[in-house]
Design a protein around this ligand. Structure first.
Ligand code: NAP
Ligand code: G4F
Length: 359
């Protein structure tokens, strides 16, 4: 039976990857860090599987990394999905982000070399955020289109993206310098019902789910609503102390473009990369780009609301010191070499997330 180690198993992607590997008959070792509350909610459905083993560890602690790898040197695959993965948080906690998202990867790679794990394959979760401000331009007969692929230069725009660049280069160095089978997936934004609640897509679908449930419980129809700067009120009950009120959805930059796909599809790409004879780097994306505004429109329309402007507040608190304005990937290489294509569209994704948050 093949063994795989997942650093970051409790995260969105770690949980999808664990589903996939267990389905494929792997023995899965998941690394979880000790925190004061239970973080296993995304893998709750897997906890009684005998092929899943959880090990306690932290990728910032090189001792814990080497001890875990020493106990599982027979692992065929090692996935590094662990990160402080929130871009806005990385501006507030840059050193912590560096230690986890940048140096954590080095701790794993060096431990694999020190332990002589020549037969184990390594996956690094690189990010489209590394492209930052940069893109390439394809000039057609009548139009131009912007895109990023494996050859686009990185111009990172956040402490998170800089840490990811360091880990990405480190992965390439250990591949070339130590002959390690180390691949990096440069994944564009991917979401789903298991997405953390403070990423923009999930923040929106979670809010709409809570809002619709509140309307249903209180017998409120959108036509009954009265607007205020911060909350929505129900007609005839304007007294704030007693009236029905619901906080508006507060967001930052609505004009950013992202290439959003479904996390389950992207975890299949990670696994496929490690099945290749030679390690390499691959862009994984949908090739479509949409603004936060467009996501809002699809989500609100999907619950029968034509308009979102009166329910959303643009709050500068959610602006970032530096922004990534435009991401749209070109995954031709993954299509050709891995035979991978995304299965879910932007609309599918938004509706899947809304349905889940409504239930
Ligand atoms: P996520 O939901 O934030 O999960 C991050 C995981 O890392 C969690 O399991 C977390 O554990 C773990 N972790 C954090 N600090 C750790 C530490 N010091 N030691 C060990 N584990 C630690 O992220 P995701 O969306 O699944 O993304 C997975 C990976 O892909 C991340 O590296 C992310 O940066 C990268 N990525 C994500 C996207 C995307 O759109 N989702 C795109 C490109 C790249 P806790 O549960 O204890 O917090
Ligand atoms: O959902 P986001 O926080 O994702 P972001 O910054 O693109 O990063 C995600 O994708 C990366 C891949 O490109 C990953 F590497 C990274 O780990 C993470 O998974 O923000 C998306 C956009 C940004 O432009 C942000 O400024 O939405 C904008 N936004 C507007 N209002 C907001 C909000 N983002 C968040 N999180 N919260 C808001 O209220």
């Amino acid at each position: 039976m093949k063994k795989a180690i997942i650093f970051g198993i409790t995260g969105q992607d770690g949980s999808h990857l664990a589903d996939l590997l267990l389905e494929k008959g792997y023995e899965v070792v998941g690394v979880t860090r000790r925190v004061s509350i239970d973080t296993t909610s995304r893998i709750k459905h897997l906890l009684d599987q005998e092929n899943l083993k959880l090990e306690s560890g932290d990728i910032t602690d090189a001792h814990s990394v080497i001890n875990i790898l020493k106990d599982h040197q027979d692992a065929a695959e090692v996935y590094n999905l662990a990160a402080q993965s929130h871009v806005a948080v990385s501006f507030k906690q840059p050193a912590l982000t560096w230690d986890i998202t940048g140096k954590g990867c080095l701790n794993i790679l060096q431990a694999m070399v020190d332990l002589g794990m020549k037969n184990s394959r390594f996956y690094q979760a690189s990010s489209s955020e590394m492209f930052g401000k940069n893109y390439d331009v394809e000039v057609g007969m009548t139009s131009e289109s912007k895109f990023q692929d494996e050859n686009t230069k990185f111009m990172p725009q956040s402490p998170y993206a800089i840490a990811k660049c360091a880990a990405h280069y480190m992965t390439r160095l250990y591949r070339e310098g130590y002959d390690l089978h180390a691949s990096a997936g440069i994944l564009f934004n991917h979401e789903g019902p298991r997405r953390g609640e403070n990423f923009v897509t999930r923040k929106i679908t979670k809010w709409i789910g809570d809002f619709i449930k509140w309307c249903n419980v209180n017998g409120v129809k959108p036509a009954d609503l009265i607007n205020d700067t911060d909350e929505v009120y129900v007609n005839g009950r304007k007294d704030r102390s007693q009236g029905l009120q619901f906080p508006k959805l507060r967001l930052g930059n609505l004009d950013a473009y992202r290439d959003w796909g479904y996390a389950g599809d992207y975890c299949e790409a990670m696994w496929t990369m490690l099945q290749q004879e030679s390690p390499d780097d691959y862009v994984i994306c949908t090739g479509e780009t949409h603004t936060v505004r467009e996501f809002l429109t699809i989500v609100f329309n999907s619950v029968g609301l034509d308009e979102w402007k009166h329910l959303v507040v643009v709050d500068p608190e959610f602006y970032r010191p530096a922004e990534v304005d435009y991401l749209r990937g070109d995954c031709s290489k993954a299509k050709q070499k891995l035979g991978w294509t995304p299965k879910h569209t932007f609309e599918d994704l938004a509706k899947m997330m809304v349905m889940s948050d409504l239930s």
